[in-house]
Ligand binder design. Sequence first.
Ligand code: SAH
Length: 353
Amino acid sequence: MTDTTETQGTLPDRLARAITLAGPISIAQFMAAANAHYYATRDPLGATGDFTTAPEISQMFGELLGLALADVWQRAGSPPAAYVELGPGRGTLAGDALRAMAKAGLAPPAHLVETSPVLRAAQAERLPGATWHDALSTVPEDRPLLVLANEFFDALPIRQLVRTATGWHERLVACQDTLFLPIAGKQVPDGVIPADLRDAEPGAIIETSPASVAVVRALAQRLVAQGGAAILVDYGYQGPAIGETLQAVRGHAYANPFDAPGEQDLTAHVDFATLVAAAAAEGANVRGPVEQGLLLTALGIDARLTALSRTAPDRGEALLAGRNRLVQPDQMGTLFKAVAITAPGWPVPGGFA
Ligand code: SAH
């Protein structure tokens, strides 16, 4: 398009103009545009940012996942492999995982799938030798892949369907003056709604993430074709289910997801059942979801805590606090879950038996 109204002004201005000119947009379009701008313009992680994540809480998270992949790799006969991470944030998880892998004799090239220039720069400081990709489609094709992703899928766009008195409708984002608000759009055939959810009360919402399904399918196809293993960690549920999980976080507090697009982090809970089914349909072996607390415990977080506390007694308290935050059920231990996807013939990572 040559229309300059598409490219001028702030993101809210541009979205408002696009909606005025062409009508309400899908929730997925709104979320994709908001998050693309949000991640492209800042490093949102940590105490001074909007939210924090498992690798930023404790080095043990990345070390244990790295060791789990190194163990799989060894049991597969130690072939030349590549490390791939989806949405690596500050590069902390990759740094911790690769350091642990190196101790196990594994030093794969790092291929990072990241769209944000700001976060690519942060990752480059930790991982100067890495290669960056806009999407999974360009990572190496000639070797097995050892893949990690933490809180990547929750940032990918979701679609919402809303039940009204007349049936199910696509949920759209409209704009009134400068306010964005969700409305019911065109009706969808009942046949696209899972039978057991069809008769939900008016106001009920179902979410799907076609973008997440596409990434998991592409990942599973690569693993089946090339060999390798992936561990995907996120927070979520076993869907499809009724319920709205789209949420906005700004300055470590919840906000209205339709406010200030591009200035707050938009996420949705991940439907693990659908992602597992998508990977299995491609012929990959899929295990989980396993609760994060159980997985990290099975991978030996308590032994690692003891070892680290012994070498750095002054950090003992902080290490224990990190361990508790990652593992305890009332913290991140239950809400966060992990799925393992492996190529046929490849061993299953520890903790997923
Ligand atoms: N894994 C990191 C960061 C999680 S935040 C951690 O646990 O700390 C989400 C990450 O995914 C960011 O790095 C963000 O820039 C990236 N991201 C979001 N949408 C993306 C997309 N469509 N393609 C590639 N990367 C994306």
